[in-house]
Write a protein that binds this ligand. Structure first.
Ligand SMILES: Nc1ncnc2c1ncn2[C@@H]1O[C@@H]2COP(=O)(O)O[C@H]2[C@H]1O
Length: 148
């Protein structure tokens, strides 16, 4: 299971704040890079939404600056990662969630997370080459999962 998020406002505290929330939970970072996606790339990323009225504006926004692309691994990371992220509309996201704490307006997307294993697979393949995914065992894993 993976979650992929695109951090915006990356010139201030948002990068460390977002990374630390996944890290603190105990998920494992297996890929990370800062990229400025083209509009064409953004359209591929959001292809499911191409019929929506906000599609073009959303793709303009995604391609307007750097995005921190990440792959996080761990038990239940997609489902729970979405809880950490909060509701799509930041005005309805609970305080304590990333969108609840760090965003105000829907569409000015502080973070995106894959919504299921199939989407995660596709999105990881879009954003990363296989060799950019690092396979390793972290020292904390035996404490986090209770196995040796
Ligand atoms: N009404 C809307 N206006 C603009 N953007 C939207 C609207 N609804 C959803 N979105 C964006 O569409 C994105 C789709 O998935 P994300 O989790 O990346 O975050 C969502 C929002 O940023």
């Amino acid at each position: 299971p993976h979650v992929r998020c695109s951090g915006r406002r990356c010139c201030c505290y948002a990068i460390s704040e977002i990374v630390s929330r996944f890290e603190r939970k105990g998920y494992k970072l297996v890929a990370i890079k800062l990229v400025v996606p083209s509009k064409q790339f953004a359209e591929k990323h959001y292809h499911d939404l191409k019929e929506r009225p906000f599609f073009s504006g959303l793709c303009d926004f995604l391609s307007s600056g750097p995005v921190l692309a990440m792959v996080w691994e761990g038990e239940g990371v997609i489902k729970y990662g979405r809880k950490l992220i909060g509701a799509t509309d930041p005005s309805k996201s609970e305080p304590g969630t990333i969108r609840g704490d760090l965003a105000v307006v829907v569409g000015r997307n502080i973070i995106h997370g894959s919504d299921g294993p199939e989407t995660a697979k596709d999105e990881i393949a879009l954003w990363f080459q296989p060799k950019e995914l690092v396979s390793y065992t972290s020292n904390e894993e035996k404490w986090i999962y209770g196995v040796n």
